[in-house]
Design a protein around this ligand. Structure first.
Ligand code: DQA
Length: 141
């Protein structure tokens, strides 16, 4: 089983950005955590991060015929990218949306995900663990 993990803008600055919200572990340690969990579950994982909407869309397209599942943290694009929503609907691959923080306990604009309708589910507020839960749910799906 192959799963593509896509992380959106500013997640490369984990450990630097808003540590009170996102914690002090850096992006490298998130990638290592995901790889460890994938190994435990015997799942092949490819991790991709971009700050550019079009690159995220191209990565979603590349999953077509190539991956059994997608885990996506679209970061701020969550709240307004209909292009990412359409890309996920186009490839029709089981997708889980993940957020490190609880988007429902923050500013009002974060309470809305335009991506969620294209996903089998959403995990929000559990930090790195959210990616583990997402891997487990795709494995079980
Ligand atoms: C985030 C939540 C988004 O609202 C925010 O723009 C991010 C990160 C999260 O993982 O909690 O960049 O997706």
């Amino acid at each position: 089983m192959k799963i593509i993990v896509i992380n959106g803008p500013n997640l490369n600055l984990l450990g630097i950005r808003e540590k009170d919200i996102y914690g002090s572990n850096n992006y490298e340690s998130l990638c290592r955590f995901i790889e460890e969990q994938a190994k435990i579950l015997d799942v092949q994982v490819e991790i991709f991060q971009s700050n550019i909407e079009g690159e995220i869309i191209n990565k979603i397209h590349s999953a077509y015929g190539n991956a059994d599942g997608i885990i996506i943290n679209p970061a701020a694009y969550t709240h307004y990218s209909y292009a990412i929503l359409d890309a996920l609907k186009s490839v029709n691959i089981k997708t889980v949306e993940v957020h490190l923080s609880n988007i429902y306990a923050r500013e009002e604009f974060r309470n809305k995900s335009v991506i969620a309708p294209a996903c089998i589910g959403q995990i929000s507020g559990f930090g790195f663990l959210g990616y583990k839960f997402a891997l487990e749910s795709l494995k079980a799906a």
